[in-house]
Design a protein around this ligand. Structure first.
Ligand SMILES: C[S@@+](CC[C@H](N)C(=O)[O-])C[C@H]1O[C@@H](n2cnc3c(N)ncnc32)[C@H](O)[C@@H]1O
Ligand code: SF4
Ligand code: SF4
Length: 336
């Protein structure tokens, strides 16, 4: 197999929380009221497997929402993935995770369950919901107790960046198997929580030290933000090829698709990037003109002349959310 082709599948937007930063509830777009039916889920899964088979890709689904477990056919959809032996992980909430649910997920082949922590207790609860921090910590403990890998994601912005080093220690002390952060992508012109490029450079270096100090404690730190590539380059830890092949970086147009609750395909969920609708075959969506538009990486301001073009490209959703232009310079990139 020549690598993964990942599908981030939002099966519902039902959710117990209304987080201040959430792209579902705080974007300019109306919230779609539809969600996936079991019949359509079957068709989609068959199409996805056919696509991966044809292009020799390993399928991986990130099943998410909202909180995917709140979908009325959640367990049936999980059953379909199990039956077809598709690798999957869940990006969900902590509130409906019982020992029984965790055991069922494990038996169905779920690889990991990601929850979010967006700051220390006060900050997290003010962004999400009173009691959410403690529920999330309990969920991490329960996932560990019943043997399903807990992963923790943090959405970083000016609101919480100073708390993330301390939060990372808490995440490690609770034995999360994976820990990472991604930047907040402004959804309605709210750019005041963006960090400056210099602040972000300082922050990534600080997090590098935090990760090194916490090494060997059972948590893998995933360098999710592509601007980490600049840090790796600065530390002479990244060797780059100049052969025109896209090796890594922003997934828009590359080995990844997002599918919304209402059947709209997006290049990336973190900004308004519709590229077609189910039941159009994935092959036509992925190789279609609309998705091609997101692959014009030589038009990206700054990146087009950068030696890291084929490794980074920053986050196009942060660029779009900040300026309204997909091809704008990443607002936190500190390279001149
Ligand atoms: C939409 S949620 C779905 C899973 C689950 N409900 C949760 O909150 O983790 C997936 C992730 O997207 C993040 N997210 C939501 N809105 C965002 C935005 N505007 N920019 C960046 N990340 C965002 C959430 O914080 C969460 O980590
Ligand atoms: S819990 Fe997740 S899906 Fe629900 S509002 Fe918060 S970020 Fe959005
Ligand atoms: S725009 Fe690219 S880097 Fe940003 S979240 Fe989407 S796929 Fe990831």
């Amino acid at each position: 197999m020549s690598g993964f082709f990942c599908l981030q599948w939002h099966i519902t937007n039902r959710c117990d929380q209304r987080c201040r930063h959430c792209y579902i509830f705080n974007s300019k777009n109306p919230i779609p009221s539809k969600e996936w039916t079991l019949e359509d889920a079957k068709l989609l899964i068959n199409d996805y497997l056919g696509f991966c088979g044809k292009y020799d890709k390993t399928p991986h689904i990130s099943l998410t929402g909202g909180d995917p477990i709140l979908h009325p056919d959640f367990w049936k959809i999980i059953g379909l993935l199990h039956e077809k032996e598709i690798q999957f992980s869940i990006l969900g909430n902590p509130f409906h995770l019982s020992p029984g649910a965790i055991i069922r997920l494990k038996e169905a082949g779920c690889k990991s369950y990601q929850v979010s922590l967006d700051g220390l207790r006060g900050t997290h609860d003010s962004m999400r919901m009173e009691g959410s921090f403690d529920s999330t910590i309990k969920a991490i403990e329960l996932l560990n107790e019943y043997g399903l890998s807990p992963a923790v994601m943090t959405t970083a912005s000016r609101v919480n960046w100073e708390e993330i080093p301390e939060l990372t220690k808490i995440i490690v002390n609770h034995k999360a198997k994976q820990c990472s952060f991604a930047r907040y992508c402004p959804t309605h012109g709210d750019t005041e929580s963006n960090l400056t490029p210099d602040e972000y450079h300082i922050f990534l270096n600080r997090m590098w030290d935090v990760y090194h100090n916490l090494e060997g404690r059972g948590t893998t730190f995933y360098l999710k933000d592509h601007l980490w590539k600049i840090i790796l380059k600065e530390k002479s830890l990244l060797l780059t090829e100049d052969d025109g092949i896209v090796y890594d970086g922003c997934h828009c147009g590359i080995a990844h698709l997002t599918l919304l609750e209402d059947g709209t395909f997006y290049a990336c969920r973190r900004f308004d990037s519709p590229i077609g609708n189910f039941p159009t075959p994935i092959e036509d969506i992925f190789f279609g003109e609309k998705e091609d538009w997101y692959r014009q990486i030589h038009k990206i301001d700054g990146c087009s002349k950068c030696e890291l073009l084929n490794y980074c490209r920053g986050c196009r959703a942060v660029a779009f959310g900040t300026s309204g232009d997909y091809f704008a310079k990443d607002p936190q990139c500190w390279l001149k």
